[in-house]
Design a protein around this ligand. Sequence first.
Ligand SMILES: [Zn+2]
Length: 268
Amino acid sequence: MNDLGFTDEEIERYARHITLPQVGGIGQRKLINSKVLVIGAGGLGSPLLLYLAAAGVGTIGIIDDDKVELSNLQRQIIHTNDNIKIHKTDSAKKAILDINPNVNVITYKERFSFKNAEDIVSKFDIVADGSDNFGTRFLANDVCYLKNKTLVSAAILRFEGQISSYSAHKGSNCCYRCLWPEPPPKGLIASCGEAGVFGALAGSIGSIQAIEVLKEILGIGHSLNNYLVIFDTLSSEMRKVKINKDNNCKLCGSKPTITSITNHKDYR
Ligand SMILES: [Zn+2]
């Protein structure tokens, strides 16, 4: 094990991972060497960041321009009462380092936008989008495709959550735009602020998002490429739906019209 360069502390910390044949010392080393960007330190970002940190992901980037508010604490379990009015990135960083001081946490106290997206995404291996709006989801999809990064994208509203992985830069996989060509008209779909969200749902979907990110890094199991998982908390039903590549997709189709990140209307 020591030829993989682990310290005694790391061998003890990650013992339950190293014992799993699908992870082992080699897999744990992959996690420690990996760099994951998490967009949004909110409901999904909370469990996602905590589990990635606990799992030993070596470098974690967090981008969020919000400060912690009292109404966040019903579901955003990475933040605490003491951190109200503190930047979410700082609050999340503290919680991460409390769990695992070995993690290199890089914080961006800004909104993920067409101006910074390419620069920031380029610094990471994989991106997990836990944002709460369509503009960010489309931007994350487009920039990940153009920069050849895998995207694990999730969303929650009321009592239902959805999650999928996108690696359209590899082979014939679909992207988010193959499923949703463009954002719905403003106001058609309510936000969590308007419609509400069941707090513990953020915990379950954010945790599944962490699982999928870790599986992508380790290269184990079946990825959620070309599948959408939908979890309905009220019926306790989880469905896995096949999704197909759209050859006319504006981004990853045979004649793409989106070939660079600009101030596109879909990102607003
Ligand atoms: Zn596509």
